[in-house]
Design a binder for this molecule. Structure first.
Ligand SMILES: [Zn+2]
Length: 306
C-alpha cells in the first residue's frame, strides 16, 4: 500500500512538471530513501490521487507508524517538507527558468510562474492558506482589514516539549537568510528543502526575492538583503526596511517586526493570479498527462539570466 502513495507522489511531480519523465525512477528511489524503505512494489493499475495533502498525510502516517518520523505536528511538517524537497528542482534550474521567462515574457509572467511553482512545491501550502479568514470591518477610524492566518501551524503540546529539548542553533541566522534555501529545519526552525530564492540586484547590491510561505497578503512577496542585517526603522519609510501588500490597489506599507531586512516589492504583478489563489485545486486528478506546457521544461543552469 505504501508503494501506491509513493507512486502517487511521483505522479503528482509529473503532473505539476516539478519532475520530468526521465526523473521518475530516480525520484522514486530518493523517496524510498527518505521514507526509510528499501523496496518498492509496482502498484496495480493507475495510481490516481485526490490531492497532495492526502498523499503527504498517508506517507507521514506510515513514517510515524514505523518510527521514521516523530509523532508531533512540527516533526510531521519537517518530514513532509523533506519529501517535497525530493521533488523540487535545484536552485540553479529554478533561477534559469525564472530568468528565461522574464526575458521571453516579462516580469509579470516570470513572477506568476514562480508563485505557481512555490505552491506546486508545497512551500506555500495551498490547503492551509485556503483556510485563512479575511474580512473588512468598519471602525471609527475607517475600514479595517482583518485576517486570521491559519497557514503558520500552531505547535501541539508534544512539539512544544520537543522544541524545549532541541539544542539552540544560530544557523540560519534568521528565517530570511539565504541559508534557508534547502535547509532541513529542526524543532525550532522550519524546514525549507522546497524553498527557492531568486537573487536580484537593487542599487548595485545583492538582494533576493521570494514569496512568504504564510501569505499574510495576496501573493505576499519579500525582498531581503543577501547579508543578514538586523532591522532598524528610523525616519520615513525607505525601500530597505518595509514590505508591501501586493494585493492592494495602491501599494500599502507595513512594518514587519519579525524580520531584519525586508524591502519593498512592487505591486506590478498582482491581480491576474487571484483566481488561482482562491481556487487552489482546479485540476482534475491526473495520473500522467502528456508533456507539461513549455513553461515547465527545465533548462540547464548555464542559460541563467542576469
Ligand atoms: Zn537573516
Amino acid at each position: 500500500m505504501i508503494s501506491t502513495y509513493i507512486q502517487q507522489l511521483v505522479n503528482y511531480g509529473l503532473d505539476t512538471g516539478l519532475i520530468q519523465p526521465d526523473d521518475e525512477i530516480y525520484i522514486r528511489n530518493q523517496l524510498l530513501m527518505t521514507m526509510g524503505l528499501d523496496s518498492f512494489e509496482e502498484p496495480e493499475g493507475d495510481c490516481y490521487y485526490v490531492d497532495l495533502e492526502s498523499i503527504l498525510t498517508a506517507l507521514v502516517d506510515d513514517a510515524v507508524a514505523r518510527g521514521v518520523c516523530e509523532d508531533n505536528s512540527v516533526a510531521r511538517d519537517l518530514f513532509d517538507t523533506k519529501l517535497m524537497g525530493v521533488l523540487t528542482p535545484r536552485p540553479s534550474i529554478v533561477r534559469a527558468n525564472f530568468w528565461d521567462k522574464y526575458d521571453e515574457d516579462g516580469p509579470e509572467a516570470a513572477t506568476n510562474w514562480f508563485y505557481e511553482f512555490c505552491q506546486d512545491a508545497d512551500y506555500i501550502r495551498r490547503y492551509r492558506i485556503k483556510k485563512d479568514l479575511k474580512w473588512v470591518t468598519s471602525t471609527p477610524y475607517g475600514d479595517l482589514d482583518i485576517t486570521i492566518n491559519l497557514s503558520k501551524p500552531e505547535k501541539d503540546p508534544k512539539a512544544i516539549a520537543a522544541a524545549k529539548l532541541a539544542p539552540q542553533s544560530a544557523y540560519p541566522k534568521c528565517q530570511l537568510c539565504m541559508e534557508n534555501e534547502g535547509y532541513a529545519g529542526r524543532m525550532n526552525h522550519p524546514a525549507r528543502e522546497n524553498h527557492r530564492i531568486i537573487p536580484i540586484t537593487i542599487n548595485d547590491s545583492a538582494w533576493n526575492f521570494q514569496y512568504s510561505p504564510y501569505v499574510y497578503y495576496n501573493e505576499h512577496c519579500i525582498v531581503f538583503n543577501s547579508e543578514h542585517t538586523p532591522m532598524k526603522i528610523e525616519g520615513p519609510p525607505s525601500a530597505s526596511c518595509w514590505t508591501s501588500s501586493s494585493s492592494s490597489p495602491t501599494t500599502s506599507w507595513a512594518a514587519t517586526p519579525t524580520c531584519p531586512s525586508w524591502a519593498a516589492a512592487s505591486s506590478a504583478t498582482t491581480t491576474s493570479r487571484a483566481a488561482t489563489t482562491s481556487s487552489p485545486w482546479p485540476r482534475p486528478p491526473l495520473r500522467r498527462p502528456g508533456p507539461s506546457p513549455a513553461t515547465r521544461t527545465w533548462k540547464p543552469a548555464s542559460s541563467a539570466g542576469p
